[in-house]
Design a protein around this ligand. Structure first.
Ligand code: MF3
Ligand code: CO
Length: 251
């Protein structure tokens, strides 16, 4: 395993890549409303990415056929956008998207409500988001990677939710997926020591029910085994000597 340490010049490019991606999310999420299709969201995402002169990094990644992963309700991640899959009032929809700016990748995900959503759905979204922030409290130089994993687990588990185990966060830089892998649940070991200049995509995926997931016949869409709702929250962060810098969050 080799974890890259970004130079100040590379960090500047990562910052810009991530800043643009958060703009894309702001714009793309505005079109979410009952009646639009998951394909409409993908089209808008791709249009925005290209409007900034950037490249969608998900498109054709291992054959993935779109620029945005659009996962509805019990779909956890990697939902393939479809013209005939229309969002309806009360759905929750997870958007996961990334781009390449001057060779540097960014990656981010959010779960949104479509119109009015149930209290249970909102709580799942809120806990998933907060679990990211609990996790990254541990993300500083000198701490260990799996301190992040344990902090997410310690926060989420008391709610009775299931933490997805089959998919994990990752390093990111000149590739979308770099070492190390970042599980969202407790590990027996400590993992690598965190160092300034590491850029990581931390991305808890949390199910309202059990943690188990399965894959649909399209070989991409991951769904909860028990049909419960699932939420996703991801940012690309930079490890520093103290607080991590959240590169995909606009200040
Ligand atoms: N968004 C995923 C991640 O966070 C990667 C998606 S790959 C794709 O790591 F091919 F599905 F786009
Ligand atoms: Co990611």
């Amino acid at each position: 395993m080799s974890v890259s340490i970004k130079s100040p010049a590379e960090i500047a490019l990562m910052r810009e890549s991530c800043r643009i991606l958060s703009e894309v999310f702001d714009e793309m999420s505005k079109i979410i409303e009952p009646g639009i299709s998951t394909k409409d969201i993908d089209r808008e995402g791709e249009r925005l990415i290209r409007s900034y002169g950037c490249i969608p990094n998900f498109l054709n990644y291992n054959g993935y056929p779109a620029s945005v992963c659009v996962s509805v309700n019990d779909e956890v991640v990697h939902g393939i956008p479809r013209k005939h899959h229309k969002l309806k009032e009360g759905d929750i929809v997870s958007l996961d998207c990334g781009l390449i700016y001057k060779g540097y990748h960014s990656d981010m995900a959010r779960t949104y409500g479509v119109g009015e959503i149930s209290e249970e759905a909102q709580k799942l979204i809120d806990v998933t988001k907060q679990s990211f922030f609990e996790g990254i409290k541990m993300a500083k130089a000198g701490n260990y990677l799996y301190d992040i994993s344990a902090a997410i687990d310690d926060y989420v588990t008391p709610f009775g939710y299931g933490i997805v185990k089959d998919l994990v966060g990752h390093g990111i830089g000149t590739s979308l997926h770099e070492d190390p892998q970042i599980p969202n649940f407790k590990q027996k070991r400590k993992g690598i020591k965190l160092e300034p200049g590491m850029t990581l995509a931390v991305e808890p995926m949390i199910n309202a029910g059990g943690w188990e997931v399965c894959w649909l016949d399209d070989d991409w869409t991951v769904v909860t085994e028990d049909g419960s709702l699932s939420a996703h929250y991801e940012n690309t962060i930079l490890i520093t000597e103290d607080e991590p810098e959240i590169l995909t969050l606009k200040l």
